[in-house]
Structures are given as C-alpha cells and as structure tokens.
Ligand binder design. Structure first.
Ligand code: C2E
Ligand code: CA
Ligand code: CA
Length: 786
C-alpha cells in the first residue's frame, strides 16, 4: 500500500512525460541488442553447419569414389600375369617392370608389394608410403581391403589385394594415393572453408588458415566430444568447425569462416541500432514538444498562481498554442486581474473612510507610527491635530443624515486645502478629523495650520439652499521625547480638543499636562455618575415660569443638579451629555419625572389654583426615542393622581426632527394622553416653520440666546418678533427663556408673549425655596406686574 502511495506521489509533468520514453527506448535497445546477438549466433551456427556438412559430404563422396577406384586398380594390379611368379621369385626388377607402367598410367601415388611372409619386396612411391599393417594381414587371407588414414602428408586412401599364384596366395599388392593440402584445397571449392585433418586427436594437416587458429588446433588434443568447446573458442576468431570422423582414428574438420556473416550481422545490428536511435530522437523530440506545449504553460500557471498566493499579481500566464491551456491561462490571468482589483479595493476600503475617501483611524495610526519611527532617527517634529466640528449634531438632526454627510465631505475638502501634500488628513468617525503634520519646525507651525483651518471654516457652506456656518474645536499635540505610541498622541490631542470645546468652541488648544488630568477626571466623573443614582446624589431644582399678564407663577421647570460629594453642585450640561452617552439618562430621566410629579402633587394639594400649577420636565433626545414612553408617563401620572394637562414635556427642536415619522407618532400618543408639549430652545434649530404645523405641540420656548439680544441686537429682536407672530398664527402658547433685564421683559410684554422665565424672576431653586414663592399669594413680585 505504501509503495503504491509512493508511486502516486506527484512528480513533475516533464519527468512523467520523458522518463517512460527514455526507459522504454533504453530497455528496447538492450533487448533488441540481446535478441539480435542470440539470433545472430544461432543463424551463424545454422548457416555454417549447413555449409560445413555440405563441404564434408562432398569430400566424403569424393573419397568414396576414390576408394572404389583404388579397389578396382589394386585388383587390376594383382591380376597382372606373371606377378605371382615374380613375387615367388622375389624378382624385384620384373616386379618393377610389371607395375611401374600401371602406376604411372593410373596415377597412383605409391605401390607396395609384399610376399606371403609380409616381407616388402617393392616400393614404388612418390610420397606417403605409410599404410596400416592390418591391410596386409587381411589381404593374405584373400580379401581385398580399402581404407583411409591420416598421415603427416595428408589423407591417404589405401587399397590392398591378394596376389594369387598356382599354390595359393603368393603375396599382397598395396596401392595408395594421398590427399594432401592441395588436393583438399581443390575439394572445398570456392567457399571460404579450410580443412584440417587430425589423427588420434593431433593436427596432421591443414589448409591455409589464420596462424592463431592453427596454433589453437595444434595445441589441443582434439576429439569429437570437444567440438562444442572448440567452437566457442573459434567463434572469437570468427570460425566455426564441423567435424567428420574418418577410418582409423582420423578426423576431418571443416573450418568455416564466419567473418562475413558476423560482419553482415554487425552491419544489420548497427543499422537497427541507428534506426532505434533515430526513433529515440524522434520520440524525444515529440516529448520535448509536448513538454514545451503542455508542461511549460502548466509550469507558468503554477508560478503565476504561486505569485498570486504571495500577493503578486503582475506575472501573467503566457499564451499557449494548445487551446484548452490557452483558455485556462486566460482564465487565470483574468482571475488574477479581478483578484488584484478586488483586493486593492478591499485594502482601500479597509483603510479609508467610505464617505470622504480620507484615511481612516487604522491608516492614520499606521502613518503616525511610521512618522514616530522616522522622528526617532532624525530630529523631526511631529504634530497631531484633533478636530471636532462644533454643533454638527444639530445640523445632522435638523437637515437629516444625507445633508450631514454632504457637509462632512465639504469640510474634508476645505481641510485638505489647508494642508501640504505630505500631511495626512484622516476621518476618525462622526465629525472627528485628525491631521498629521510631519517635519515641522515648532509649535507655531502647528498652530498656524489650526488658524488657517479656522479661517477656511469661517466661510459659509451651502447645503440644500441654506448657508450653513460651522466651526471646529482643535486640539494639538506635538511630539516630545516621551510620547512614542500613536495612541498616546491621539489621546492627548483629543484631550486638548476637549479643552478647546470647553473654552468656548471655534478655538484651538495645545495639549498640556493639565489636560491629561482633565481627561482623567472625565473618566472618573463617568464612573461616579454610574453610582450617583444609587447614592441619591441628584437633586431637582425648579425655576418659576411667570405669566406675563398676571405676574403669577403658572409653571415651574424641573432642572436637575448633581450634588457631587467632592465637586459640589454639578450643572446639568456637565453630566447630561455623559448620561446620554452612557445610557444612564434613561433611569435618571425616569427618576426626574417621578420626582417632579411627586412634588407637583404636593404643591397642588398645598397651593390649589385654577388652572393648577404646571411642571415642565426636559426630555433628552434619547429618552424621547425610548419605547413605550407614553405608557411610562401615563403610569406616573396615574400614580400621583395628576391631571395630564399639568405636565409639560420639553423637547428640543432637534430631538423632534431627528426621526420625524416615529416622533410624530409618539407626539400624537402623548397629545392623546393629554400632556402638554413644548419645543425647547426654539430658534436654534433649522426647522422649516411650516413643518411645525404637523406637530401637536402646545408651547414654543424661545431660546435664551435670542432673548439675550432683545433690544440690543436687531437681528435677535427680529427673530423674537417673528417667532411670537408665528406662534400666535398657529395658536401656540409661547414662553421666553432667559429673561435677565426689565427691558427684555418690557419688550416681550409689548410683543404679547405669554410667559417668561429667567434670572430676572428667579434662578432655579430647590423645592423648599419654591414653597415660599408659591405661598406668598402666588405673586412673585409686584415689580413683575404691568
Ligand atoms: P434648558 O432646558 O434650556 O433649561 C434652561 C436653562 O437656562 C437652565 O440651565 C437654566 O438655569 C438656565 N437659565 C434660566 N434662566 C436664565 C437666565 O436668565 N440667564 C441664563 N444665563 N440662564 C438661565 P441649566 O439648569 O443649567 O440646564 C441646562 C440644560 O440642561 C437645560 O436647558 C436642559 O437642556 C438640560 N437639563 C436640565 N435639566 C434637565 C433634565 O432634568 N433632563 C434633561 N434631559 N435635561 C435637563
Ligand atoms: Ca427646558
Ligand atoms: Ca431652553
């Protein structure tokens, strides 16, 4: 199993394509070469053996013919008249006379004559007169004998015959002729065959042959059994031997040269190998082309996808001449492009504010971090400006989010115009912007940027056909030795901004260590605020509202204070926003409402009047959005057994306008309940006056800012005029806030304003102090009467 897995392990495509072909061709070459060698060996053996035995058969045939001839000749000689007599007489001269002519005539090599005592009487010889003695014995018994034997001179064919006399066998005639090298040469014909004669294993005679082979044959004692072995050795010299046994221990060997066959075979093998090489080359070429066409594009696809994984999208897959790969490559390139676009889009989105396209907080912090690192290396000064728009919430609430967004974009463009290219402007969120100034000389450079920004923002913005004025509070933190983290920088610039806000908005403040403690105090305050409710540290003060015709207190406005154990009496503007932020406004508002209603119930019982005293309770925007607000209010009224009409809820213009549809619904429900509704701080918002017609409100409270300028500022005076006229037209009650002077009161009276409230009459007071005012005949002061 493991082996199988190992086999399936991925390998490179080129290797997969080329390796099998190379292995195949290599194995094929070796295989073919082996088969070729074996086939050649057998073919040569077969061919040479055929040839050898043919030659040998030819020679044997000739020998046979010679033997027959010799038998005839010897009998011819033996029957020669007077031969027997000559033998008996041992007449050598006569024997010679009788036999010599015949010898010459018949071409016999030698003639020998023996008497019956085996004594040699005559020898007529050219050469090779050896003959086996057994022939004489046999012929003396009356037989004619033919035989061959090998001698040093060659292969002899010998025949003997008895010579018959009158008294029986007189003697023996032997004739013989010799087949020497030359004769043998003539037998073998034109073929490249050599012949060797062995007698009792030793080489006796041989036709011309290579000296090495000659030496080999001379050295070995050769028998027929050893033919195989001899042939093995001979094959080295390109010879093959075929043997034929002769009479009397003789052996005839045909030595056939295999030179031609071997070289022919070699030639064929070379040709085949060459062909194979050619085939290999062609295969390799095909594979290389395949590798180029398939593997190369695939490899570059792998490279490209690897690059994509590592975030590099620049390497494209080159085009291929194989359609599928071409399409795949195109698809990869397309995907890479898309990915690049998407990722750069995502990266951009991750580090930019979608509304203004400015860097967001993470990017700003990153730039700040880098700037801090650079500043450590060189004596560069860095400044961070923290900018918060003043009163942006009001604009947002009055004109809606879309307009607010539009304003933020316009502001961001103005801010940008005040900066150098190398400065970074970012939007942290909401109406908060930060600016990073690098390479500045000193604090003066940073404050001058802040001044430049303030100047730019002074110009009006046109928003939905309105001219809007807005300002910003700017906190500045400049790099000093100990601030090394972006967080510290932002925190300090934020604290400085907070200080600027407190100092009266539209200003800038440079961070100092005091601010850090202020910021810390803010945090402590928040913690305190959370516990203040349980510790019952809140107090409700009441400010009288005077009917301007009668000078009597007809209403009181409930205003909350915080009796802080250390800080003393904390005014609502110092903690209401924090309470709103932390959500604490809900239980706090509920508590104030209960307190006010409880107190009103007491006053109703103590100081009954007609109409009964009204209490005004402020509701924050958050409270106003609370679900089932009307049920909670109804429950409190019922608990205190109060006329709903003696409760007046004060809601700011912007809170009403924030979520008009839902608000309208809630306002109607409250109206149905019978409670009165007042729009607080009227005139500071941007509500279209006509719009107000829809709201079931009872009272408009003119913001004290306008009342403040009454008589001295013509614009304020005109606005108060207009508001009162408008309220009258809509049949709404009207209360002027913040009356501080007799003059203001006089003008308001002249304008027929219903009610007034302000330090001129009374500051907000604890309930016991109000008791006294209500007790004294309900008239505040005769001064207030006309
Ligand atoms: P507001 O509803 O406009 O309340 C009137 C504010 O004007 C009070 O400030 C009051 O002390 C002040 N004021 C009255 N007459 C004069 C005057 O002649 N001259 C000057 N300069 N000021 C005068 P206060 O009590 O500090 O409250 C400030 C604001 O805090 C309130 O403005 C109201 O918006 C909010 N607030 C006060 N109490 C509560 C509360 O119980 N719940 C909620 N949600 N907000 C409250
Ligand atoms: Ca109020
Ligand atoms: Ca007010």
């Amino acid at each position: 199993m493991q082996a199988l897995i190992a086999k399936l392990r991925p390998r490179r495509l080129r290797a997969r394509l080329l390796a099998p072909v190379i292995v195949l061709v290599a194995a094929g070459s070796v295989g073919i070469s082996l088969v070729e060698d074996i086939a050649t060996h057998w073919q040569i053996k077969l061919l040479t053996e055929q040839k050898g035995s043919l030659v040998l058969q030819g020679i044997l045939q000739r020998l046979q013919d010679r033997k027959k001839a010799k038998a005839l000749f010897v009998e011819l000689l033996a029957e020669e008249p007077n031969l027997a007599t000559s033998i008996e007489n041992k007449d050598t001269r006569q024997l010679t006379q009788l036999l010599l002519p015949l010898k010459i005539k018949l071409g016999i090599d030698f003639v020998k004559v023996y008497d019956d005592q085996q004594r040699n009487l005559l020898l007529l010889s050219n050469s090779g007169n050896n003959s086996p003695s057994s022939l004489i014995d046999d012929s003396l018994t009356g037989l004619t004998k033919i035989s061959t034997f090998v001698s040093k001179e060659g292969l002899a064919v010998v025949a003997s015959a008895p010579v018959k006399g009158v008294h029986g066998i007189a003697g023996v005639v032997i004739i013989g002729s010799l087949l020497n090298g030359e004769d043998l040469e003539s037998y073998k014909g034109k073929d490249p065959v050599d012949l060797a004669l062995f007698q009792d294993g030793s080489l006796a005679n041989i036709t011309s042959v290579q000296p090495e082979v000659m030496n080999l044959l001379k050295q070995s004692k050769f028998t027929l059994n050893q033919l195989e072995d001899i042939n093995k050795i001979l094959s080295k010299y390109n010879f093959h031997a075929v043997a034929q046994e002769l009479d009397n221990g003789g052996l005839l060997l045909a030595l056939i040269s295999t030179q031609d066959l071997v070289s022919a075979a070699n030639q064929r093998k070379t040709l085949e190998l060459l062909g194979l090489m050619g085939l290999l080359m062609v295969l390799l070429l095909v594979e290389l082309l395949l590798a180029r066409d398939i593997a190369q594009p695939l490899e570059s696809m792998v490279d490209t996808t690897q690059d994509i994984i590592h975030g590099n999208y620049n390497r494209l897959v080159p085009s291929s001449n194989i359609q599928e790969l071409q399409e795949l490559g195109k698809a990869i390139n397309y995907l890479a492009k898309q990915l690049q676009v998407q990722i750069s889009k995502l990266t951009y989105q991750a580090f930019h504010d979608p509304l203004t396209n400015l860097p967001n907080r993470p990017l700003f912090e990153d730039r700040l971090r880098r700037a801090l690192v650079r500043a450590q290396r060189s004596p560069n000064t860095i400044a961070v400006l923290f900018l918060d728009l003043d009163g942006f919430k009001l604009i947002n609430d009055s004109f809606g989010h879309k307009a607010g967004d539009r304003l933020l974009v316009l502001v961001s463009e103005r801010l940008d115009s005040c900066l150098r290219d190398e400065d970074t402007l970012a939007r942290l969120g909401g109406d908060e912007f930060t600016i990073l100034l690098e390479n500045i000389q000193d604090m003066e450079d940073a404050t001058s940027v802040a001044r430049r920004i303030a100047k730019q923002l002074e110009l009006p913005f046109s928003l939905e056909d309105h001219e809007i004025f807005i300002s910003a509070s700017i906190g500045i933190a400049i790099s000093t030795g100990d601030r090394s983290r972006p967080d510290d920088f932002l925190r300090d610039a934020d604290a400085a901004m907070y200080a600027a806000k407190k100092n009266g908005k539209a200003t800038h403040q440079v961070f100092n260590l005091n601010m850090a403690s202020q910021a810390r105090q803010q945090l402590l305050l928040e913690a305190d605020l959370r516990r203040a409710l349980e510790r019952q540290e809140f107090r409700v003060y009441y400010q009288p509202v005077i009917h301007l015709d009668t000078g009597k207190i007809v209403e009181v406005e409930a205003l909350v204070r915080w009796q802080h154990p250390l800080r003393g009496l904390v005014p609502p503007l110092d903690f209401i926003p924090l309470a709103e932020e932390t959500g604490l406004i809900m239980p706090l508002g509920q508590w104030i409402l209960e307190q006010a209603c409880k107190q009103l119930r007491v006053w109703h019982l103590q100081y009954p009047s007609d109409p009964p005293l009204v209490v005004g309770v402020n509701l924050s925007a958050k409270q106003f959005q609370q679900s089932q607000l009307e049920d909670k209010i109804a429950a409190i009224l019922q608990e205190q057994n109060l006329e709903p009409g003696s409760l007046k809820l004060e809601i700011t213009e912007s809170a009403i306008l924030r979520n008009t549809d839902a608000n309208l619904d809630l306002l109607r429900k409250l109206n149905d309940l019978g409670v009165q509704l007042a729009i607080d701080d009227f005139g500071t918002g941007f509500s279209a006056l006509n719009y107000l017609k829809q709201f079931p409100v009872d009272t408009l409270k003119i913001d004290r800012g306008f009342v403040n300028g009454l008589g001295s500022n013509p614009e304020d005076t005109a606005i108060v005029h207009a508001i009162i006229a408008f309220a009258k037209a809509l049949n709404l009650g009207i209360t002027a806030e913040g009356i501080e002077t007799a003059n203001q009161l006089a003008i308001l009276r002249e304008l027929n304003c219903d009610r007034g409230q302000g330090y001129y009459f009374s500051k907000p007071l604890p309930s016991e102090a109000i008791d006294h005012l209500l007790a004294s005949n309900q008239a505040v002061d005769s001064r207030f009467l006309a």
